[in-house]
Design a protein around this ligand. Sequence first.
Ligand code: SAH
Length: 243
Amino acid sequence: MTFPATILTLYPDMFPGPLGLSLAGRALAEGRWSLDARNIRDFATDRHRTVDDTPAGGGAGMVLRADVLAAAIDSVATDAPLIAMTPRGKPLGQPRVRELAAGPGVTILCGRFEGFDERIFAARQIEEVSIGDYVLSGGEMGALVLLDACIRLLPGVMGAASSGDDESFESGLLEYPQYTRPQQWEGRTIPEVLRSGDHARIAAWRKHMAETETRLRRPDLWERYDGVRVQSPSGARRLMKDE
Ligand code: SAH
């Protein structure tokens, strides 16, 4: 089974870019996902292959034309969801990433300049996604981020199949702290419990630490977290101090 990704962009050469390397690159070579990067400019109809024009009402920059965007969108014959990268879109989160990775693929529309003629959103079924509260110069980096997050979840892509479950955001918590050899480094040691071989104690410690990290670093996530808490917030604070 392959996960088809179609990208509509003015810069198809940006793909696969970093997704041609490492985990995603290997998965691409193995056919676990496929890439079809189409140049929006190929759907312009005039002699100069114009894709943008000045904003109606005046102002700086250029706006991508709805008619050209529609032609690009309509050229894609898949039942995969169509996502436009926009700063005003719904912030991307792990739950949506998981849904997308389990679905029939994804088509991603990348903006440039001042963005899209608003009418495209009324005329086509488009989900708007943001990758954070900052402004990029184009949607391509956002598309790479979204794709990377999906690809690592595809069957057979991640080495140890289990390494997904404990990760940050999967349970609504951040991940617990990780350590590896050497056991002593610059006078610092690995927490004793992790060397105890007592799997129940280790699991309890990790849950405890995941909760602590989440509560301290991301009160917004902690607020929404509805899992069974193994500790009271005051207990978490005590543990942090002891470590
Ligand atoms: N004028 C727009 C910004 C355009 S930035 C505004 O003020 O909202 C140009 C393009 O970059 C956008 O069309 C979008 O595709 C992409 N982009 C910029 N920031 C983004 C973000 N945070 N998330 C997703 N895409 C973004």
